[in-house]
Design a protein. Structure first.
Length: 450
């Protein structure tokens, strides 16, 4: 979306005052480019990809927009491999055309032919689409297929805004929890750290279940677009032993983003796991534990007025608000309608609205007609959705026609004049255990269907 300075317009003028918001078509002027309707939909990172004789990443690019999408890529090879970025540089990937409302699936060696080299090559892929700024939603996911035992494992792509610098005044930084080490070598715990467009300094530290450090900090110093793998037992000074559960903390004193994650690898099957590091107090708006969003949303640097509309209260159409957010698997969240603080006269319009949540496949998983509070909802266990499914959910808000039909105003006059004070206004509060991206508007109008 594009925008300039905020403007306001009146959407009703009656006894309770007026909802003052910006036009949903939005604000004119300026050439600044926002990051797309999903918070960072223009640049996506697949943090771990592999190509070789034994294992290969299958990468799926998905375009949910109404026009074809051009996607450009960069492959950053991990240190110690034949295509390491320090040896051969960052490798560009040929432009891919993803058809409107369609997908393209490619092996890493086909998506980025330059990633193929001697032995097995490991790295990360940065995918960019300038088109996604304007009129499209763009997603990426990958599944690593092992030819040895016909097994596979997934590594999800994430918007670049989901990554954190690993430093916060409120928390020790990033952490990967629920890990373990083994005394025997049938399973090896690795961590992966990578820099994006800026150089990055930081450290890794292993901690027991009580948070006590098990080693001194293991420091890393990465130039821009570099990636390293760390064998936790061998490189950070831990003796072989069975330890469970443990965590790995990633700490840093600078503001550059870091791509970090850990997982165990089993050499017998060529299968590994990858868990991204998370922050208890994120420095970005992609991993928020608790948030409020209202009619004055911010999909970029400017405030946008995103209103609902309904003919029952004098509107020209019946339209709902649709917000996009990224949630993690194995998470629990809750969203509820709350009074909008910007409503003039203190009118609480939340009782006149309802909300629901729609999963990545379009199924309603919470809320609906007349519902003001979703209660606690699970995003389901990882693997319950088909491979390549994104983690993009929708929060939808609409006018509650049922409430309209039963409420009477014997002291205040005739409907609908009193409620027009709140036309278009709304606010929600959401909580997420694992962290969710700040909900921002999907860039088109949708009919009110609940």
């Amino acid at each position: 979306m594009r925008g300039a300075r905020d403007r306001t317009r009146r959407v009703g003028s009656v006894a309770f005052g007026v909802a003052a918001v910006c036009g949903a078509s939005l604000l004119t002027g300026g050439t600044a480019r926002a990051s797309g309707v999903d918070g960072a939909g223009r640049i996506l990172i697949i943090p771990l990809v592999i190509t070789g004789e034994a294992r290969e990443s299958m990468i799926t690019l998905t375009n949910t927009g109404f026009e074809d999408l051009r996607v450009d890529g960069l492959y950053v090879g991990m240190e110690g491999t034949s295509r390491a970025a320090s040896a051969v540089g960052v490798i560009p990937c040929p432009t891919q055309i993803v058809p409107r409302d369609g997908s393209v699936s490619l092996r890493l060696r086909d998506l980025c032919p330059g990633a193929r080299g001697d032995g097995e090559n490991v790295g990360y892929v940065e995918l960019t689409s300038a088109d996604a700024d304007i009129n499209a939603n763009f997603f990426a996911a990958s599944v690593v297929e092992s030819r040895l035992l016909s097994t596979s494992f997934a590594v999800a792509g994430q918007p670049v805004g989901a990554f954190d610098p690993g430093t916060s005044s409120l928390s020790p930084g990033l952490e990967v929890a629920g890990l373990r080490t083994r005394a025997v070598q049938d399973e090896t715990l690795f961590c992966y750290v990578a820099s994006l467009a800026e150089s990055k300094k930081g450290s890794l530290q292993v901690r027991d279940a009580g948070g006590t450090p098990l080693n001194g900090p293991w420091n890393f110093n990465l130039q821009a677009r570099r990636m390293e793998r760390v064998a936790i037992a061998a490189q950070v000074g831990l003796s072989p032993a069975n330890r469970e559960p443990i965590s790995v903390a990633v700490a840093s004193g600078d503001g550059a983003l870091v791509v970090a994650g850990c997982g165990a690898e089993r050499p017998q099957t060529n299968v590994l796991t990858y868990q991204p590091a998370q922050a208890s107090a994120p420095a970005d708006t992609a991993r928020l534990r608790s948030l409020n969003v209202n009619v004055g949303v911010r999909p970029g640097p400017y405030t946008v007025g995103y209103v609902w509309n309904h003919s029952a209260v004098g509107g020209t159409a019946d339209q709902k608000v649709v917000l996009s957010t990224y949630l993690r698997w194995d998470d629990q969240f809750r969203c509820r309608l709350v009074p909008w603080a910007g409503q003039e006269g203190g009118f609480d319009g939340s009782e006149w609205l309802d909300l629901r949540v729609v999963d990545p496949q379009g199924a309603v998983i919470a809320g609906g007609t007349g519902i003001k509070d979703t209660g606690t909802v699970s995003t389901r266990v990882r693997g319950n959705y088909p491979p390549g499914t994104t983690q993009r959910f929708q929060i939808e808000i609409s006018f509650d026609q049922g409430h309209h039909s039963v409420v009477h105003w014997p002291l205040l006059g005739t409907w609908p004049f009193q409620y027009q004070a709140a036309t278009g206004g709304w606010e929600i509060h959401c909580d997420s255990a694992a962290g969710m991206s700040e909900p921002i508007p999907v860039g088109r109008f949708f009919p009110d269907d609940f």
